[in-house]
Design a protein around this ligand. Structure first.
Ligand code: HXC
Length: 257
């Protein structure tokens, strides 16, 4: 598959960067773009050399939402029959960590796409919002669910029902993003990705799976899942190496086994 709407690069030997690239439309998300994004993310997920993925847009926009011009003439019948948005959440099945580097607009489907990632770093210019209410619809890819889990009911409800956005500072203070990065947010995301990629990949994957389980499971089930995963990691060479390296006061050399 050759890509028309995204750019794929390898800023570090163990990091794949996917850049949304529809600058004239502020990276508005259409179906073709999502097929490409899913394909690129799956390839990175399958590539043994890659430890983490960075997803970003442009300075002006991470993504200004689903492509309104593509959506406007859809009918209920076609949306339902073709399961419109069904493949938009594919990203959440990728096992390697995905770090979103967000500058500018992250609106509607753009905010939802960022929330499908595992870590969000924001430039000071970032603004997050769910303006779908202004279009006569509601969020359709997590903006009422992941956003509510991130922000709590009152603020999520305000954003979804009024369409007002959040500044980067507000998003950071409420935990929607992990932090605001002054300077080059993409470079910082690559650094975080590279750091993650330097750890044992089995533990990284288990950590991602366990944190994500907290969104699906009740506390007792989640704690049990966590403990079982923790116990299972004692079967790995990386656990032996990590703990031996600590005791021997040297740097661990993980082999992802
Ligand atoms: C299609 C879009 C677009 C979008 C921007 N453009 N957002 N095209 N879909 N979501 C296009 C504009 O039409 C314009 O094209 C070009 O990008 C530049 O946009 P401007 O509006 O001229 O830029 P600016 O004045 O800087 O305003 C930026 C903006 C505004 C505030 C982000 O573009 C905006 O409000 N966009 C829509 C945001 C939105 O409602 N998003 C939610 C979409 S619904 P031309 O050809 O005129 O130059 C959604 C549903 C999710 O996401 C469902 C689940 C995924």
């Amino acid at each position: 598959l050759s890509y028309e709407h995204i750019l794929v690069s390898q800023p570090k030997p163990n990091v794949t960067q996917i850049t949304l690239n529809r600058p004239k439309a502020l990276n508005a998300l259409n179906s073709a773009l999502f097929h490409e994004l899913n394909d690129a993310a799956e390839k990175a997920d399958e590539d043994e050399a890659i430890g983490a993925i960075v997803l970003t847009g442009s300075e002006k926009a991470f993504a200004a939402g689903a492509d309104i011009k593509e959506m406007r003439d859809k009918t209920f019948q076609s949306a339902y029959k073709n399961n419109f948005l069904g493949h938009w959440t594919k990203l959440t099945t990728i096992r390697k960590p995905i770090i979103a580097a967000v500058s500018g607009h992250a609106l509607g489907g753009g905010a939802e796409l960022a929330m499908m990632c595992d870590i969000i770093l924001a430039a000071p210019s970032a603004n997050f919002g769910q303006p779908e209410i202004n279009l006569g619809v509601i969020p359709g890819a997590g903006g009422t669910q992941r956003l509510t889990k991130a922000l709590g009911k009152s603020l999520a409800m305000e954003l979804v029902l009024t369409g007002r956005g959040l500044t980067a500072a507000e998003a950071a203070s409420r935990g929607l993003v992990s932090r605001v990065v002054e300077g080059d947010v993409v470079a910082e995301a690559v650094k975080v990705a590279e750091k993650i990629a330097s750890k044992g990949s089995i533990a990284v994957q288990a950590g991602k799976e366990a944190v994500n389980a907290s969104f699906e499971l009740n506390l007792a089930e989640g704690l049990r899942f966590e403990r079982r995963m923790f116990q299972a990691l004692f079967a790995t060479k990386d656990q032996k190496e990590g703990m031996a390296a600590f005791a021997e006061k040297r740097k661990a050399q993980f082999t992802n086994e």
